[in-house]
Design a protein around this ligand. Structure first.
Ligand SMILES: [Zn+2]
Length: 183
């Protein structure tokens, strides 16, 4: 029997012959339920990295190595429970001017006040961007499904004519009935 393993992400139990294996830079093997789960995780990580880079460079004008405040990251994490990182980033981009205006012109008592204010701006219109993003996702999904339909149709056309198929299934049933008789 194949060796047991645990999914790095969802902690599901499995075996090394079924789970998707990824070897890291140190040569250690890590296992995931399947390739999709792993690719999706990698993709999310990349989107988060892009977003945080954008925020530290364009919104806060931080220097290399300067870190975003923990409370800010926490707020991003809360938004990400529902909104995709892409939606959050789009929303920041579109509100950039407004945010920059208030960062320069408003006096904040502290960093927490400043961050809360930024998120108030964001939350006031993030659903508009979410709506556009969802429509786009639906369109993409439909396109992918159409692609699958075409593949299936092609496979179907390549296979035997339906009359022959019927004959085959008729034969199969006969064979099955014959077998039944043997019992
Ligand atoms: Zn998993």
């Amino acid at each position: 029997m194949a060796r047991k393993c645990v999914c790095q992400l969802c902690k599901a139990n499995g075996t090394v012959d079924v789970f998707y294996k990824v070897t890291d830079t140190k040569g250690r093997n890590k296992y995931y339920c399947n390739k999709d789960e792993y690719e999706n995780f990698k993709n999310e990580k990349l989107k988060r990295k892009n977003l945080l880079y954008y925020l530290s460079k364009e919104v806060f004008h931080y220097k290399d190595g300067q870190v975003l405040p923990p409370v800010f990251l926490k707020k991003i994490g809360e938004l990400n429970k529902f909104y995709d990182y892409e939606v959050i980033q789009k929303c920041f981009e579109k509100n950039q001017e407004t945010i920059q205006y208030w960062l320069i012109n408003k006096e904040f008592n502290n960093e927490f006040g400043m961050i809360s204010y930024i998120f108030k701006i964001l939350e006031s219109n993030i659903n508009d961007f979410y709506k556009v993003w969802s429509l786009e996702q639906n369109r993409k999904n439909k396109e992918e499904n159409n692609q699958i339909d075409i593949t299936i149709m092609n496979q179907f056309n390549d296979s035997k004519p339906s009359s022959l198929k019927q004959n085959n299934s008729a034969k199969n049933i006969t064979a099955f009935l014959d077998e039944e008789d043997n019992y």
